[in-house]
Design a protein around this ligand. Structure first.
Ligand code: NDP
Length: 253
């Protein structure tokens, strides 16, 4: 396969599992040097080793993106190490479901802090570098891909606070796209349906069975189905910006 991202540098948040891990592997395979962000350092170190072994380049940057100082320091560390930043994949996220009246306020705060504030901190810190990358090759374009959800398009009982965070991500993505697109910084969103990752593990069995928008006997997506979408978005010709990609399991209504 032709490596389409040779000479570029990408940050993937939430790279320690699921969609983020798969995205990091796929971007590295396309020739990007990838900074891996998440809190679990052991997992990031293992992924760096895996990418190195496959002939790619990666850097572990342990960080809690809900802390603005850590998010900014992670962007700085990436640019200091690799010298530039071409692609930001805002993927880290948390989903805690259940009726809003029963919700633990701290869980709601954590979802907002990770899914929204963390994404905003990362984006704000990355943008000056992305603008520079769009001015100075190798592609003369830069990318932000935000991983939202079908829950950013459709609401269901039991998803309220998570719905709010993901509707917010969709709204922010399009507003930012309009602000920066003429600088050739492309901004787009991916809205996955059900993907088989650790995301559901933060909910109790009772909640999972009670509000699952997806029946257990149906085939879910795999993380690679979403990282495929990320690679598609960031490898378009400079003139083409993919603003939105909605990826559903064929089995999910
Ligand atoms: P996972 O739970 O497998 O991955 C979540 C990732 O986010 C982990 O790497 C975790 O790493 C990281 N993370 C969580 N909190 C923080 C934090 N404070 N700072 C840095 N990193 C953090 O889930 P998915 O791969 O499924 O989720 C990825 C994205 O996809 C999320 O935004 C999710 O909302 C979205 N999505 C997922 C769907 C699904 O069905 N799985 C469907 C639609 C959207 P660590 O704990 O090491 O920090």
């Amino acid at each position: 396969m032709t490596e389409k991202l040779t000479g570029t540098v990408a940050i993937v948040t939430g790279a320690s599992s699921g969609i983020g891990r798969s995205t990091a592997l796929d971007l590295a395979e396309q020739g990007a040097s990838v900074a891996l962000l998440a809190r679990r350092r052991d997992r990031l170190d293992a992924l760096v080793a895996e990418i190195d072994k496959a002939g790619g380049t990666a850097l572990a940057v342990p960080a809690d993106i809900s802390d603005r100082a850590q998010a900014e320091a992670a962007v700085d560390a990436t640019v200091e190490h690799f010298g530039r930043l071409d692609i930001l994949v805002n993927n880290a996220g948390l989903m805690i479901l259940g009726p809003f009246e029963d919700a633990d306020v701290e869980d709601v705060d954590r979802m907002i802090a990770i899914n929204q504030q963390g994404l905003l901190y990362m984006t704000g810190a990355a943008l000056p570098h992305l603008r520079k990358a769009a001015e100075r090759g190798p592609r003369d374009v830069a990318d932000i891909v935000n991983i939202s959800s079908i829950a950013g398009r459709v609401s269901w009982a039991g998803f309220g606070a998570y719905n709010m965070t993901k509707f917010g991500v969709n709204g922010f993505t399009e507003a930012l796209r309009q602000e920066v697109t003429q600088s050739h910084v492309r901004v787009g969103v991916i809205e996955p349906g059900a993907v088989d990752t650790e995301l559901q593990s933060h909910n109790t069995e009772e909640i999972r069975n009670g509000i699952a928008a997806f029946p257990a006997d149906k085939e879910m997506l795999e993380a690679g189905d979403i990282s495929d979408g990320v690679v598609y978005m960031v490898t378009r010709r400079r003139r083409a910006s993919i603003g939105e990609l909605w990826i559903m399991p064929t089995d999910q209504v």
